[in-house]
Each structure stands twice: as structure tokens, then as C-alpha cells.
Design a protein. Structure first.
Length: 256
């Protein structure tokens, strides 16, 4: 993240691990807004509805209005915003790693790579002969990017999404989670953890869960950590020190 810090991290790997501790903590706790708001609105409903029939009618109308926000609007905004932020931080760290590698190996420069965004960065690492497909959690990272793009460009509506067939397969096969995860879920667990396909007047759409975005923080952390290890092995820069971010953070590639 582009957040000023007084920490002198020993390595970019350590920085990523600490950074994602903070991010996962935020993602997990962000759901508390919904929990607390529902508790507050229940208290208000109980207080108002204890009066006359007119007040009960007012309480019902208020609950209908507020519960829609709590059950639909707030989860959508929180979960989608968290998804966007996690993928943004992933891209930021990939770019940071690419810039470090350029200082070590200028045989391939990022600016010469075609494309844009996170796919350009993946292409850059592949041209360095980094096999991303063998790096821990890369399948889940790819799935999350497809899901992010669907929300970014089409609000999660499948028929409007460029990759709608692939998205259907991702959701059906649950490749957004590691293999076997959730196989033994009961209905309550599945409701909490699994991304769902819902119906609307605009067609089928994706519905994220708080538990998924929380899990994704761990997947991105693990992927970036392993990529750091792969780059460290490739370039063997065990003791080379690179000053970045105007001296705020000292970054060292080191052996794992």
C-alpha cells in the first residue's frame, strides 16, 4: 500500500506479510458495521413498536427501508470495495517487484511489454521465465481478477460480463477457493462462504460474501510471498540493498 511508515522492513517479503495482516484485519472487521447497524435498528424497532398501532406501522415502514440497506446495499458496497482494494494492492506490489527486478536485470523492461494493468505485469514476469502457474494460489488469484473485472465493468451481472462463461465455471467449480475447500460445508457454512449466483430483472448476477474477501487476503499474501521467494532464488540477491520510496522503506531480497 502507498502508506507512509516508519518501519524499516528487512525485506519486501516481510513488508507484504505485515501489510496483509492489516488488510485482512480490516476486511474481517468491516462486516461489524452491518452487525452493529442491524442490532441498532432492532432496538429502534422494538422501542417504536411498543406504542400505538400507528407507531407500529411507522416502525414496520422504517424497518422495511433500513433492512434493505443492511441486507443488500451495505454488504454489496463493503464486499465489492474490499475486493477492489485487495486486487489493487496486489497490482501495486507486483509493480513494486517489477521495478526492483529492473534494477537487477534490465534485459527486459516493463515499459516494453504490451498491454496494461495486472495482465501486463503477469506478462512481464512470464517473459523473465517465471512460471506463474506453479506459484502458490495463482489459480485463486486469476479467479479473483475475473470476479473483480465483472464487478468493475458490469456490477457483477453475468450477461454483461465479457468472461461470463468462464465466470460461471469459476463459481460452479469453486476455483476461487483452494481445491477441496468447502467440500464438507453444511448449508449454513455454504451460505456464509460461497459466492452465489442470484436472479434479478437484469439477469443473473454474482453475490460476494464477506468470508470470501477475507479468504482472498490470505491467497494474495501467499502468492506474493512465494513470488518473492522465486525472484530471490532466480537473482540470488541475498544481500543487495535497494533503497525505494525515497528512503522510507529499505528492501532486501533474501533467501527463505
Amino acid at each position: 500500500m502507498v502508506v507512509s511508515s516508519n518501519n524499516n522492513y528487512l525485506s519486501i517479503r516481510e513488508q507484504i506479510l505485515i501489510e496483509f495482516e492489516h488488510i485482512s484485519d480490516f476486511v474481517w472487521k468491516s462486516h461489524n458495521l452491518i452487525v452493529k447497524e442491524k442490532e441498532r435498528e432492532n432496538e429502534i424497532y422494538d422501542l417504536i413498536s411498543k406504542g400505538s398501532e400507528d407507531l407500529l406501522e411507522i416502525a414496520d415502514k422504517r424497518w422495511e427501508y433500513e433492512s434493505f440497506k443492511i441486507d443488500k446495499v451495505f454488504p454489496y458496497l463493503i464486499n465489492v470495495s474490499n475486493l477492489f482494494t485487495i486486487i489493487s494492492v496486489l497490482e501495486h506490489n507486483l509493480l513494486k517487484l517489477a521495478k526492483i527486478v529492473e534494477k537487477i536485470d534490465n534485459s527486459i523492461m516493463l515499459e516494453k511489454i504490451s498491454g496494461s494493468g495486472i495482465n501486463k505485469l503477469f506478462k512481464y514476469f512470464r517473459q523473465l521465465n517465471i512460471n506463474l502457474e506453479t506459484i502458490d494460489k495463482f489459480t485463486q488469484i486469476q479467479a479473483s481478477i475475473k470476479i473483480r473485472n465483472s464487478f468493475f465493468h458490469a456490477s457483477g451481472i453475468l450477461i454483461w460480463s465479457k468472461d461470463n462463461i468462464e465466470l460461471l465455471n469459476i463459481i460452479k467449480n469453486k476455483t476461487y477457493y483452494t481445491k477441496g475447500f468447502g467440500d464438507s460445508f453444511d448449508n449454513d457454512d455454504a451460505e456464509k462462504w460461497n459466492i452465489k449466483i442470484k436472479e434479478s430483472d437484469l439477469g443473473e448476477y454474482l453475490e460476494l460474501t464477506h468470508y470470501y474477501t477475507f479468504s482472498l487476503t490470505g491467497y494474495v499474501r501467499d502468492f506474493l510471498k512465494e513470488l518473492c521467494n522465486v525472484l530471490s532464488d532466480k537473482y540470488e540477491q541475498s544481500w543487495e540493498i535497494l533503497e525505494m520510496n525515497k528512503g522510507i522503506i529499505t528492501i532486501i531480497f533474501f533467501k527463505h
